[in-house]
Design a binder for this molecule. Structure first.
Ligand SMILES: [Fe+2]
Length: 165
């Protein structure tokens, strides 16, 4: 696929060959239709990072474990001792979109201020550190695959039951 030109074609049903569909090419498990509506009670701590509240959007189950999607909020004010640990994620794809608030984050030595509407791709294993965030920060995050490891740099390893952020 060209880097900068994506062509969206519209076909008649008779022109479409299900045998060469994107679903067939992907090799992904069959996906189930799934919808998740906003419920405040669905924002929960993941048991690992007490400073984050996460609302699971149910995509991991609906995609057979291919995609993780969640909305994250902050459970408490920014504390650099708890949050600012340099790390990377062993993923295939990770995209983050700021819904509300702001976040300062360092990627490979470059600092960025992310604001509402900021959207970024975190390539696999890119090293980063969260340097600050507002109390009202809310992020939408999508990750492939749903199950992945987080690697803390300059720290001992530990068991992270549900590593996010
Ligand atoms: Fe991270």
């Amino acid at each position: 696929m060209p880097d900068d030109k994506i062509q969206l074609k519209i076909l008649k049903e008779s022109e479409f060959d299900p045998a060469s569909s994107q679903q067939k090419k992907s090799g992904w498990p069959k996906q189930a239709f799934h919808v998740s509506h906003l419920r405040e009670e669905d924002f929960k701590t993941d048991g690992f990072r007490g400073w984050a509240l996460s609302r699971d959007l149910g995509m991991a189950k609906a995609t057979g474990g291919m995609v993780e999607a969640h909305v994250n909020r902050r459970a408490r004010p920014f504390d650099p001792d708890a949050v600012s640990k340099r790390h990377f994620h062993d993923t295939q794809f990770q995209m983050v979109y700021v819904l509300t608030g702001w976040m300062r984050i360092e990627f490979e030595g470059q600092e960025h201020l992310m604001k509402p509407g900021s959207c970024w791709l975190q390539p696999p294993m890119i090293k980063h550190t969260v340097l600050g965030f507002s109390d009202d920060l809310e992020l939408l995050e999508m990750i492939i695959p749903a199950q992945y490891d987080t690697v803390n740099l300059n720290e001992q390893s530990g068991i992270a039951p549900d590593p996010r952020r």
